[in-house]
Design a protein around this ligand. Structure first.
Ligand code: GDP
Ligand code: MG
Length: 436
């Protein structure tokens, strides 16, 4: 399963201080393997992982983000791009608009036709379903049942064996009956064959569809991509419908199709019920494939809240051994901006050590802030001047005890020492070091 393999790959990186050539190379190799295992075309997998590597090497590690998590973010972005970047809607403007449904037998064309009719009807469009599968007697009945279920008229000519004629007549019927969208359900074979291809080509020529959709079963993996290519060469379709995504599918088809045929996926089908239809959002699909929605939003939050200039300034303060209470307050503010403190504190180097025995919630910082705010400007900038009597005054002013003030002073001094040592050794706080 793709997300498990990726998960393992990301764990390799977790805890490592920095993205380097070595750990990225190993992780990227794992990601490539995971993609190929998930039926992603090898060339596509190589292209995308090369991009992921370049992207990862080019980015700085943010203070609050572990490299593994940043890599997840990069992978997510690249997968989203690979699937077309953004939502592509279908075009149903016309008098009437004609949507031609093509694909192999059993791919889910008839089911999808019913779903699309239902979807468009809910947008208050007057829809007509046209039954142009003339090879299986049950096909017309199947579409009629679905039509009835969703409350959409079905045009059929059970005696007629000419799909092109039926399609033409359906459009005439639509014009005469004020139908605004005609969905043309067609026949499919078990494998691509010449007769079927010619027939659908002729139907297309005859009805001049506003939108030709290629329906493909996502469970067929690499075959889905090959079939898409064959159909696209003959039909030059406008979009893809991926069906049966409710099953245990590996998602590889979704990833490969776009780059192989350069046509967007427009809908996904996730069940047999008429409501099981969704627009295709590349970003959501990437999250689903990664199975890591939570990690992503955490990384995004951290990136939004993190102020690089401020980090650079604080880093200089540390180097000059001038880290003071104003800097400390500014760091606390950054942490608070990120939201859920419990989740985030563990990701902040230095602070996480200080806080590890503290029951952390949003209130945990309140006494600390109160103490610092009761210091004078001079005291905040020069912590060493805060002697016993000043501490007593600060405790009174902030409504805390002298012990609490002493504790904070001790922790603060320890932290300063640690930061100073780290910046001298040039190791440890990689995040700060990477920001030049
Ligand atoms: P067609 O031959 O291309 O018209 O395919 P059908 O619409 O007749 O569907 C073939 C089978 O797949 C039927 O049993 C459908 O109920 C089923 N099917 C279609 N779409 C989906 C889907 O999204 N999920 C699942 N689980 N089954 C589907
Ligand atoms: Mg059918």
């Amino acid at each position: 399963n793709l997300s498990t393999t990726l998960d393992r790959a990301f764990k390799t990186l977790k805890g490592q201080g920095r993205i380097t050539d070595i750990n990225v190379a190993a992780t990227v190799k794992e990601i490539r393997k995971a993609l190929v295992d998930a039926d992603v075309n090898y060339k596509v997998a190589k292209t995308v992982t090369d991009k992921i590597r370049d992207e990862a090497m080019g980015r700085k590690v943010l203070i609050a983000v572990e490299p593994g998590q940043l890599l997840v973010k990069i992978v997510h972005e690249e997968l989203t791009q690979l699937m077309g970047g953004r939502l592509q809607d279908i075009n149903v403007k016309g008098e009437p608009a004609v949507v031609l449904i093509a694909g192999l037998q059993g791919s889910g064309k008839t089911t999808f036709s019913g779903k699309l009719a239902n979807y468009l009807k809910k947008q208050n469009r007057n829809v007509l379903l046209a039954a142009c599968d003339i090879y299986r007697p049950a096909a017309i009945d199947q579409l009629k049942v679905l039509g009835q279920q969703v409350g959409v008229d079905v045009y059929a000519e059970p005696e007629n064996k000419n799909a092109v004629q039926i399609a033409r007549n359906a459009i005439q019927f639509a014009k005469a009956n004020n139908k605004k969208v005609v969905i043309v359900d067609t026949a499919g074979r078990l494998a691509v064959d010449e007769q079927m291809m010619r027939e659908i080509e002729e139907v297309k020529k005859a009805v001049q569809p506003t939108e030709t959709l290629f329906v493909v079963d996502s469970m067929t993996g690499q075959d889905a991509v090959n079939t898409a290519k064959t159909f696209n060469d003959r039909l030059n379709f406008d979009g893809v419908v991926l069906t049966k995504l409710d099953g245990d599918t590996r998602g590889g088809a979704a990833l490969s199709i776009r780059s192989v045929v350069d046509k967007p996926i427009k809908f996904i089908s996730t069940g047999e019920k008429m409501e099981a239809i969704d627009l295709f959002y590349p970003e959501r699909m990437a999250s689903r494939i990664l199975g890591m929605g939570d990690v992503l939003s955490l990384v995004e939050k951290a990136q939004q809240a993190f102020d690089e200039d401020e980090a650079r300034r604080i880093n200089q303060q540390i180097r000059k051994n001038q880290f003071n209470f104003d800097d400390f307050l500014s760091q606390l503010d950054q942490i608070k901006k990120m939201g859920n403190i419990k989740d985030l504190v563990s990701m902040i180097p230095g602070v996480s050590n200080m806080m590890k025995d503290v029951e952390i919630d949003d209130d945990a910082f309140t006494p600390i802030e109160a103490i610092i705010k009761s210091m004078t400007k001079k005291e905040r900038a020069n912590p060493d001047m805060i002697d016993g009597s000043r501490r007593q005054r600060i405790a009174k002013g902030s409504g805390t005890s002298i012990q609490q003030v002493n504790n904070l002073m001790k922790q603060f001094n320890d932290m300063r020492k640690m930061m100073r040592t780290m910046s001298k050794m040039g190791t440890g706080n990689e995040a700060l070091r990477n920001i030049k």
